[in-house]
Ligand binder design. Structure first.
Ligand SMILES: Cc1ncc(COP(=O)(O)O)c(C=O)c1O
Length: 447
């Protein structure tokens, strides 16, 4: 008697050999078996998977290159690293070793900088919500504070009164530069609010405006936005200098410089669209150099890059937990890393490289994160060669925002290692259950 076989719907799977697609975008078949000189397999075996890996030399080189690009065009240019992008102590510390100042947007970040021995005078304090105590600390320690709103201005005037001195401040401005415009922060230029704010601050007799700050958005790959912002600052400075006698000590162009990650809605890969540091600097600096100041009286120029510095030097090693065939016929794979540690999948179409030789016969694959949540999709379609449970994938350029915005949800967050000059350092241990529950308590009566 012949056994009755279960009917399985046949699927035709298109396998392609890994070449550029028609937009020049390489499929994810390029194996990345080694990271900063180490076998990916070895790193995962020793430090676990998932695992963030920082290439220290690359981070240093990025800082140096960006500084060179701006300083050669504007001698008083300086980088204040945007802490929020990745405030791991080792990352900030390496950048401070290179000479970076700190740009912080909360008392918590301010404290991290102070704990790393950053002098108060090398901290720029931004953001829409700063508490009274945080402001007092910042002014006492000589930090630059950029005012976001009138409530904050009033609070700072009270502090000036209490400290019995005139406090030097910066004013955050915004302009109609992008669509939708970033109007949440600071005072709008076109509506006249920025002028009113400067006038109001000067008129108080307690504040002296010495800085102008703008941060026009994030991942700005259109340099014309920076040229408009820079020209806007120059025109505004010219006006408030003439009308109100303001003399700036600094102007601050904020962050927003793009990194080599491709946006979800982009047609071309970031390698083809992302401006270089030199292109950003060439757009901004000559405009500011034409500002209303004499040669020996140029305001300092701050830039506050985040993702442009730290995105690329960090990669994520992750393992395949499962693969499945979806009803559509497409292949799906489930990874041990989810959007809890890769929040930037909202914006980025990450590359997934294989961490071992898996061949070049790729197939369109849905890449799922390991969270038990339907929305945890890391990429709707990526060209991936055959992989099995336990195989490794490497996701390059994950250093910005993913770690600082990671959420602890059903899994423990992974370790972060830094590789430098042939040495490996664990700069963040993998979380433990005890660590996650450290501040919890079960009162006796609930037991
Ligand atoms: C005030 C300010 N400066 C700098 C940055 C860094 O931005 P990016 O990572 O796009 O360079 C941010 C990020 O939102 C910011 O709010």
């Amino acid at each position: 008697m012949t056994e009755k076989r279960i009917y399985t719907k046949p699927t035709i799977i298109r396998h392609t050999v890994g070449v550029m697609n028609k937009y020049g975008r390489p499929p994810a078949t390029v194996p990345m078996n080694r990271l900063v000189g180490y076998e990916v397999k070895e790193l995962a075996a020793k430090y676990g998977s998932p695992l963030f890996v920082l290439n220290v030399q690359e981070l240093r080189e990025k800082y140096r290159d960006m500084t060179r690009a701006f300083k050669t065009r504007y001698p008083k240019a300086h980088i204040a690293y945007s802490y929020k992008t990745n405030y791991m102590k080792a990352v900030c510390s390496i950048l401070h070793q290179e000479g970076a100042w700190a740009e912080v947007v909360s008392g918590f970040e301010y404290d991290i900088a102070k704990n790393l021995n950053v002098d108060g005078t090398k901290i720029i304090f931004n953001g829409p919500y700063k508490t009274r105590d945080e402001l007092i600390r910042a002014f006492t320690e000589g930090s630059m504070v950029n005012i976001d709103n009138y409530d904050e201005m009033q609070l700072i005037e009270d502090i000036a009164e209490e400290m019995d001195k005139v406090l030097e401040v910066g004013i955050r401005v915004n302009m109609d530069l992008n669509n939708p415009p970033w109007h949440k922060f600071g005072f709008n230029m076109e509506a006249g609010h920025a002028f009113e704010a400067v006038k109001r601050a000067q008129a108080s007799g307690k504040l002296k405006v010495v800085g102008l700050h703008i941060h026009a958005g994030t991942y700005i790959d259109d340099v014309s936005i920076y040229s408009k912002a820079a020209q806007g600052l120059v025109d505004f400075y010219t006006y408030i200098k003439a009308q109100l006698g303001v003399n700036l000590k600094y102007w601050d162009m904020g962050g927003g410089y793009a990194s080599h990650n491709t946006l979800n809605w982009a047609w071309a890969p970031a390698e083809q669209t992302c401006p270089t540091y030199d292109q950003y600097a060439e757009t901004i600096c000559p405009i500011l150099m034409n500002g209303p100041f004499s040669a020996n009286n140029a305001p300092k120029l701050f830039i506050e890059p985040g993702r442009a510095l730290v995105d690329e030097p960090i990669s994520l090693i992750t393992s395949v937990a499962a693969q499945k065939r979806l009803p559509s016929g497409a292949r799906g794979i489930v990874l041990d890393a989810g959007m809890n540690i890769l929040s930037s999948v909202q914006w980025y179409s990450y590359n997934f490289q294989t961490g071992q030789d898996s061949g070049f016969m790729v197939e369109d694959t849905v890449i799922y994160g390991g969270l038990c949540m339907n929305i945890d999709v890391l990429r709707q379609s990526a060209s991936v060669p055959p992989v099995r449970r336990g195989d490794l994938l490497v996701i390059p350029h994950v250093g910005a925002y993913n770690i600082s915005q990671s959420w602890q949800f059903i899994y423990l967050r992974p370790a972060v290692i830094a590789i430098d000059g042939g040495e490996i350092h664990v700069i963040k241990k993998a979380e433990t259950r005890e660590y996650v529950q450290e501040f919890e308590d079960v009162p006796d009566k609930f037991k």
